[in-house]
Structure formats: C-alpha cells, structure tokens
Design a protein around this ligand. Structure first.
Ligand SMILES: [Zn+2]
Length: 289
C-alpha cells in the first residue's frame, strides 16, 4: 500500500476493505439442510458446516468465517439448545476455520489433524488452530453413535480429515471432494493430485450405495457421483502422463484442451480455485518428475 497519495484516499484505502468485507457477509443467510436423523449441514459463506446434535451436545464440523459465528449459532439453536462441545477442522483453510476463536470462547473444544495446526503456523494464518490434534484418527462416542474422524491421503492439503457418522451413514469430506467445480489442490499446503485420487478411492471404499456424502462445497452427494469425479481424474491423469512424455510444458498443456469434455460441468471460470489450469498445475507437480 502506498502512503504518498492524498490524505483522503489513504483513509479510504484503510477503511474500504473492512466495509466491503462486512457488507459481503452481512447479507449471508445460514441455511440448515437436514441430512438424516440428527445430522444436518449448514450452508452460508465458506465450507459446508456439519452439524450433529443430541443429548451429549452439539458436534460441529468447520465454522466458516468469524463474522458469521452469531448467525451460525442462531441456526444451530433452531435445531438444538445444547452447547457446542466439539468442533472438528477438516483442514486449515480460513473459510473452514475462521470461526475457531469465537467457538473456542463459547466453550467448544477444537480438534484437527496434526498438519492442520502445523500448516496454519507455517502459513502465518490468523485463525485459532485446533487445541487437540491427532496423527491418524480419533473416535467420538456421542449422541448414540460413533463418529470416526480419520486422515485422508494428502489431497486438498496435507491435513485433510474425513468425518464418518457410522450409525447415520453420513460422511463429511471437507474440501477433498466438492460438487461445485474441479477439485482444488492446494499444492503449497501439501495437497496432491495423485493423493486426491487415492483419497477418493478411500471415500468410495468406506461408502455404500446409501451413504450420504456432505462435500466441502456444494450439495449433498453420494458414492456414484464421487466415482464419476474419481474416474474423470484418472482420465486427466493419463492425458497428463502422455503430455509430459511428449515433452509438452505445463503452460502449453493448460491450453491444449486436456479437460475439454469435462469443463462445461466442472470448470470454475470465476476463480483460480476449481479452474482446469490449477488442476493441471497440480497434476504436473506430481507427475512431471
Ligand atoms: Zn479448503
């Protein structure tokens, strides 16, 4: 930021981003989507929030942005009057962890994979990291069922967890899986294209035909749709292998139509996240060695 301009515009520069941010989120509505039994998910702005309620208290998966906490709590109150006792971070990104500090103050104990905490520190994130971390998995025995939280292969980041409600047959995938665009692979935070294929294989393995799958972003899904995405990634992987073998550099591969028939359904054209160019960059990062 330059401080040499007229005083008035400097003041505007300081104030404007905060106003824009507040306006953006002030219009956000939190929508409760029932999934099955005591499991729902909340849609607002940021990653889908998993909500599990019952006599032992509220169990939450991710928490979007800090300015939304009040609205999120109001939405939870429509379903349960119990306190939020447990909160899981599926991974470290701010659209999933921005409410950590607020929910911590409200009494929630925050859990996440070891790498969520490590990566937040390395990336100098301002969000409050999880207080309790695990290396492989952890189980919660609450509200009448076992909730199994386990590390997925490095996919979206190196700290991705799946949350499996074993009684309700529901899995929250974090951002390993999304229905809104191509998978986004955050290579700088340990994500991997080949790891994403492995993580989707694992998701398919632990699901059955009736499993309800809550994606990190988008709408309720199922194993048939996950298989479609996994199979698409296998096709793209093979094309990238051929492209690398033919000596095609990344920049040329990004304009060679390697994802052409999938783009209408999956390409995000408004952001880097979920774009075919980013997907191919991640594939090259893994395969061009
Ligand atoms: Zn994410």
């Amino acid at each position: 930021m330059s401080v040499s301009g007229p005083r008035k515009s400097f003041a505007l520069l300081l104030v404007l981003p905060a106003i824009v941010h507040a306006q953006d989120l002030s219009n956000v509505e939190i929508i409760v989507h029932p999934v099955t039994g005591n499991v729902s998910y909340l849609e607002g702005n940021g990653g889908n929030i998993g909500l599990f309620t019952g006599p032992d208290g509220v169990f939450l998966i991710d928490d979007q942005y800090a300015p939304l906490t009040e609205k999120i709590v109001a939405a939870i109150r429509r379903v349960s009057d119990q306190p939020v006792r447990f909160l899981i971070n599926t991974h470290m990104h701010p659209d999933h962890t921005g409410g950590n500090e607020n929910f911590g103050k409200l009494g929630a104990l925050i859990f996440g994979h070891d790498n969520v905490r490590i990566q937040m520190a390395l990336s100098a994130y301002q969000e409050e990291p999880p207080l309790v971390t695990f290396s492989e998995d952890i189980s919660f025995h609450i509200n009448g069922e076992t909730v199994h939280v386990f590390k997925a292969p490095d996919a979206h980041t190196n700290g991705d967890s799946y949350i499996h409600f074993t009684g309700s047959n529901v899995i929250h995938t974090g951002d390993v899986y999304r229905t809104t665009s191509y998978p986004y692979i955050d290579v700088e935070n340990g994500g991997s294209f080949l790891g994403t294929i492995k993580a989707l294989d694992l998701l398919i393995e632990v699901s059955d035909g009736n499993t309800k799958i809550i994606p990190g972003h988008g709408v309720l899904s199922n194993v048939v749709e996950v298989r479609t995405v996994r199979d698409m990634l296998l096709v793209i992987r093979d094309r990238v292998i051929d492209s690398i073998a033919a000596g095609v550099p990344l920049a040329a591969a990004q304009t060679a139509g390697l994802t052409a028939e999938f783009d209408a359904r999956w390409a995000n054209r408004t952001s880097r996240i979920g774009s075919p160019e980013e997907l191919l960059r991640a594939a090259y990062a893994d395969l061009a060695r």
